[in-house]
Write a protein of this length. Structure first.
Length: 529
């Protein structure tokens, strides 16, 4: 949820000052308790009742409007209430904290309602009334004004796309987010804080997050199920390896968050294994993404030594299997704000991530960065409006050709909370790539874990890449341009070399959802020399 900043004093302090003289003070305190644990639905319900009983009470109107900024699809109600409140709190009264806060929230409410020009006008008027000694408040106003200016600029060149909610078999009235899609695009994993049997029995005010999955079958996503590895702690999806055999999971361990992996074997996910140092530390490590070869991990962390908040780092795996030195991606990517949810594109030198800095239009926006000739990351760009909204937009998971994107967003037409959506761009997208897969086995029927698969374009002679099969099931996978012929050479110690050619047909690019070009399984023969 996008942060709605309190400018001067805390919610509780405001409550104490006013509610001491009112009979509704217990209800207000109870609502504040729900707000503290981000249970906005319960808090809003209390204020609905109070508004019905005390419809002309300015303080209740103010508190309800403040609460509705956090609540689902209630921004318009917040605007209506704040329009009344600002009339009763004259800005000329320099000692009135409420006069400042009400106008600040009104500006935020206009912005969240996509009325960016009105928001800018409110913030500009408020700034004129603020004394210079209130530097912290002025900084917050300047930031909100910049969000509106960014939105107005990006709105001039809106992206054209089709967006669709993945529907009630995936999304609920609670938060669904962090979509993870495999390269075949037939497995979707995601995170939800929906009510479980345990949370229902415990009547928990704050529900833990769990991992769910859905399979693509006969042209639709089937009913979601909880994955077996949920630990009872806060678990969340954060990434999957390109071969689909290693799942990256976030888990909160007491006061810190760590990154875990789960290996796929015999179509079942194994036990969670905590990644070692230097990846996990005593700080919070929250999201991660594997490179195509699985040897480089990009991840977010709020460890010391960064540029502020959470930064994005990378680390390479050494030949002995250990992880090398962690590198910060630098000031071109990381800002004094939070950077989150890195996703490294498997076939391009493109990094997608979310940030509250750069040219954000409010909260987290999704950006992309390119790999420079000197090995650094830069040329950061906001991916555009209206994919990015005034709310938090995170967890951007594009398909290989980038023609479709699974991402989480909070929108008026949703089922409630954050929902998972599918974005589909125009069909004339320039990328025409195909996922190619196959299986390698030994004579004993085991995965050929020592094999190396080298792919070469027969026309140009260019080597497309070297790949290894998954140790769990022998599956290899790579991405190639369509309508071309390739040589595949398979080398494995103590086995005969296999050389074959294949052609990736035209018209079956990955843009056709769910299409993977599978080669026949290969059984390696022993070399008895």
């Amino acid at each position: 949820m996008r942060k709605i900043y309190l400018l001067i004093i805390t919610l509780m302090l405001t409550t104490i000052i006013h509610a001491q003289l009112k009979e509704y003070k217990k209800e207000v305190a109870k609502a504040d308790g729900f707000l503290t644990v981000q249970n906005y639905v319960e808090a809003a319900g209390i204020y609905d009742d109070l508004l019905e009983k005390y419809s002309d009470d300015t303080f209740i109107q103010f508190k309800a409007a403040e609460c509705f900024l956090f609540s689902e699809n209630r921004v318009k109600e917040s605007i209506a209430l704040l329009d009344e409140v600002v009339k009763k709190y004259p800005i000329e009264d320099k000692k009135s904290i409420e006069a400042i806060e009400a106008r600040f929230y009104l500006g935020q409410a206009y912005h969240l309602n996509y009325e960016f020009e009105k928001a800018l006008e409110v913030f500009e008027d408020l700034k004129k009334q603020m004394p210079l000694k209130r530097s912290e408040t002025l900084e917050r106003i300047d930031l909100e004004m910049q969000f509106s200016l960014n939105a107005i600029e990006l709105k001039k060149n809106p992206l054209e796309f089709k967006i669709s909610n993945l529907g009630p078999l995936i999304n609920t009235e609670y938060d669904e987010h962090s979509p993870v899609i495999n390269l075949d695009e037939d497995l979707l994993l995601y995170t939800s804080n929906r009510e479980t049997e345990a949370s229902f029995q415990n009547k928990a005010e704050f529900r833990e997050e769990n991992v769910y999955y859905s399979l693509w079958r006969e042209g639709r996503w089937i009913t979601s199920r909880a994955i077996d590895l949920n630990s009872g702690a806060n678990n969340a999806t954060i990434g999957i390896s390109p071969d689909g055999a290693t799942l990256l999971i976030y888990q909160n361990d007491g006061s810190v968050g760590n990154i875990y992996t789960s290996k796929l074997k015999n179509d079942k996910w194994g036990e969670l294994e905590k990644l070692p140092a230097p990846i996990n530390t005593l700080a919070n490590e929250t999201h991660a993404s594997f490179s195509m070869d699985g040897k480089t991990l990009f991840f977010s962390s709020d460890r010391n030594g960064g540029y502020g908040g959470k930064d994005i780092y990378k680390v390479k795996q050494l030949p002995n299997g250990e992880w090398g030195k962690v590198q910060n991606l630098g000031p071109e990517v990381n800002t004094s704000f939070d950077e989150e949810s890195p996703y490294i594109h498997p076939t391009k030198n493109t990094l997608y991530f979310s940030s509250e800095g750069h040219m954000s239009i409010g909260g987290f926006d999704i950006f992309k960065a390119g790999l420079q000739e000197d090995g650094t990351w830069g040329n950061v760009e906001n991916i555009g409006y209206p994919v990015n909204t005034p709310f938090d937009d995170l967890f951007y998971a594009p398909t290989i050709d980038e023609q479709r994107v699974y991402y989480a967003s909070r929108r008026d037409e949703g089922f409630g909370g954050t929902d998972i959506y599918l974005i589909e761009f125009a069909e004339d997208h320039p990328n025409a790539l195909t996922v190619v897969g196959g299986f390698l086995f030994t004579e004993e029927g085991d995965p050929a874990i020592g094999a190396r698969v080298t792919i070469t374009n027969t026309a140009s002679g260019d080597q497309e890449g070297v790949y290894k099969p998954s140790p769990s099931n022998g599956k290899y996978i790579f991405i190639l341009p369509e309508d071309q012929t390739y040589k595949m050479e398979i080398n494995d110690e103590n086995h005969k070399t296999v050389i074959t050619t294949f052609t990736v047909p035209a018209g079956n690019a990955f843009a056709r959802k769910g299409y993977t070009f599978y080669l026949d399984p290969i059984v390696l023969q022993k070399d008895n020399k």
